[in-house]
Design a protein around this ligand. Structure first.
Ligand SMILES: [Zn+2]
Length: 112
């Protein structure tokens, strides 16, 4: 599970994140103690990061907005019927709230 978060809205409040270059454009930030990946930043989208919401103190604030790549899910996994599903990737314009589209549209013009 991942969430796209505005970089300015993200603060590591406990411990410190260690960074590791994972590609020419991407840097991964992990817990310096246990190595759990917290988020990934890309120079392609400098105003946002890809957050692993399972690392949040309050994981309930990151309820899924869509299930993607459903064609690759495990057969035993049951998905809730009230969340849109996509066999592969999705168009964020079909899923994201208008306020979220407006915020990212003002900063990242390339779609993911
Ligand atoms: Zn840790």
């Amino acid at each position: 599970m991942t969430s796209i978060v505005m970089l300015g809205d993200l603060t590591v409040t406990d411990g410190r994140a260690s960074e590791r270059t994972v590609s020419p454009r991407s840097t991964e930030y992990s817990c310096a103690e246990c190595g759990t990946v917290i988020y990934v930043a890309s120079t392609r989208f400098p105003s946002t990061v890809i957050l692993r919401p399972g690392t949040l103190d309050r994981t309930e604030v990151a309820a899924p907005q869509a299930h993607i790549w459903v064609r690759r899910k495990q057969s035993w996994l049951e998905l809730p019927s009230n969340v849109p599903r996509f066999e592969e990737q999705y168009e964020r314009e079909l899923v994201w709230p208008a306020a979220s589209l407006a915020r990212i549209g003002a900063t990242d013009s390339v779609s993911r």
